[in-house]
Design a protein around this ligand. Structure first.
Ligand SMILES: [Zn+2]
Length: 156
């Protein structure tokens, strides 16, 4: 198994009311030249967790950070006008919570964060603030939502 230091959350940037299922996402990634879907898990609006790449395989979801991370994407992320919004359904929230709890148990030293939290710290103050986000993905604050699953070694 690889060393896992990060569990990175993404959204598919799909508008409310539109469908973008696992097969479609996988096809698009393969069309872009990937061998398989770039994520390890893809959670559709119905809460089903689709398994993409094996955890032992490096993903293709976050430039410069794929080597030691797990990539999880949920279907959604945009409101009906195409604006960034936390569109996670109740089923998705429950599935993500279950999945992340399991992964936290398996990789207790990995930090759970959103794609946007890995934007460059352009002012160098040690915090990635909204003005520094390269994109809004995953359109919610993963550091806050899953802060109870923080790495166990962090404050030791
Ligand atoms: Zn992303």
């Amino acid at each position: 198994m690889r060393t896992i230091t990060m569990i990175i959350l993404h959204c598919s940037a799909t508008r409310a009311g539109q469908c973008y299922d696992f097969g479609e996402c996988r096809r698009d990634h393969i069309r872009r030249g990937f061998q398989n879907i770039g994520y390890h898990y893809y959670v559709t609006r119905d809460g089903i967790v689709h398994e993409g790449r094996r955890l032992s395989q490096v993903g293709a979801h976050c430039k410069h950070h794929n080597q030691h991370s797990i990539g999880i994407c949920y279907e959604g992320g945009l409101d009906i006008n195409g604006e960034a919004a936390d569109t996670r359904t109740k089923a998705q929230r429950q599935s993500l919570r279950t999945l992340l709890t399991r992964l936290h148990r398996e990789f207790p030293d990995a930090i759970i964060l959103g794609h946007r939290d890995l934007s460059p710290d352009t002012d160098g103050n040690g915090h990635i603030t909204p003005n520094e986000w390269l994109k809004q993905c995953p359109c919610f604050d993963a550091l806050i939502d899953y802060e109870d699953l923080e790495p166990i070694g962090l404050f030791k």
